[in-house]
Write a protein that binds this ligand. Structure first.
Ligand code: 3EB
Length: 344
């Protein structure tokens, strides 16, 4: 079984060594303070945890570093290749890469170039080890909405990402991974990825244009991601819902209204779940079962967003709330989710 869990550093240290060895890796949200070492593949994302629920899990006061960790019940192997650190079992591989942005002799911006290098390293590794199918990418970069080299930095990232997909002879539309892309105040480009041997089914949202087909108003090269990916592993189905926002068609709706954006986002997530249920014969996904991560641009909006989520999902849902920059200036909130469902 592959499962994700929200884990504080303190809770991790309390676990037995055998269990720790079965962690594939983690995304650690570490705020702005310094955090202790963590002996498994992980990225450190300098985002502040605003809240999490249920509050009893992990059993500590507001943790200074909260991780989304991936656990399997298999024996893992570990490797380092170029700038990538990874762990894998016989069917899935989790890897991470942090790269500082370097000035390049070419015409491309440092972020574009660094993104292309990072993705090329990732695809080369996955091809070599034969874990060809990427289920999920998590992308974090500094100052995502700032401009340099005549282009917003998120758009520079999209140029580099699409170029690497093409160089590696991967699809740039259709059967592409789920993803998210968020901004931090500072720090290197940090990417985590989960890939595997079983293929994934890409899910789109009928309310939204595929991001791969966004018109050039949103940048010279489209983002490469699907709205969700659905993977059937041994005796389980996994659903990875990409970062989802208040976008219908390709346009942002309710630019000044965080409550309305949250409602629209939940309507999009409902539509994605419906599409996933259409694809999956073994299980039915519901809003109440999902594990949510909520990226909030303005901390002051936290309570408003939580009230809408409670109205839409019911009480007792599981979520982590983080302060982050979302990749369009007019988006105030972005929500992602995942779920593992065992069957038989
Ligand atoms: C959107 O729907 C909002 O570039 O990988 C969501 C999920 C968004 C993933 C990405 C961007 C990405 O366009 C932004």
């Amino acid at each position: 079984m592959l499962t994700s869990l929200n884990l504080s550093q303190a809770a991790y240290l309390l676990q037995p060594a055998d269990w720790q060895k079965q962690l594939l890796g983690a995304v650690r949200f570490s705020g702005s303070g310094s955090v202790p070492g963590f002996p498994l593949p992980h990225i450190d994302v300098p985002m502040r945890v605003l809240d999490y629920q249920p509050a009893s899990k992990p059993p500590v006061a507001m943790p200074t570093a909260l991780c989304e960790a991936w656990h399997t019940d298999q024996t893992l192997q570990e490797g380092q290749s170029g700038d990538i650190h990874y762990r894998y079992d016989g069917s899935v591989l989790f890897g991470v890469i942090h790269l500082n942005e370097h000035v390049t002799p070419t015409g491309s911006s440092p972020l574009q170039h660094t993104t292309e290098q990072a993705y090329q390293q990732i695809f080369t590794l996955l091809d070599a080890l034969d874990y060809p199918h990427v289920y999920r990418f998590w992308n974090y970069m500094a100052q995502i909405n700032s401009r340099s080299h005549d282009l917003e930095r998120y758009r520079q990232f999209n140029l580099g990402r699409q170029a690497a997909f093409m160089t590696s002879r991967r699809d740039i539309a259709g059967n592409v991974p789920a993803a998210c892309a968020l901004g931090t105040a500072e720090g290197p480009l940090s990417i985590a990825f989960l890939a595997g041997r079983p293929p994934a089914v890409a899910i789109e949202n009928p309310r939204q244009l595929s991001a791969c087909d966004y018109p050039p108003d949103y940048g010279p090269r489209s983002p490469v991601f699907s709205r969700a990916s659905l993977v059937q592993l041994d005796r389980q189905v996994m659903l990875f819902i990409s970062g989802t926002a208040s976008i219908v068609g390709h346009a942002t709706l309710h630019p000044q209204d965080v409550a309305a954006q949250t409602h629209e986002t939940m309507t999009n997530i409902e539509a994605i779940i419906n599409a996933a249920n259409h694809e999956s014969a073994h299980v039915r996904f519901t809003l109440a079962q999902l594990f949510y991560r909520v990226y909030i641009r303005h901390e002051a909006d936290l309570k408003t967003i939580q009230a809408v989520l409670q109205a839409r999902i019911g009480s007792g849902y599981s979520a982590v709330f983080l302060q982050a920059d979302v990749c369009r200036q007019d988006l105030l909130v972005e929500i992602e989710a995942n779920l593992t469902v065992p069957f038989a």
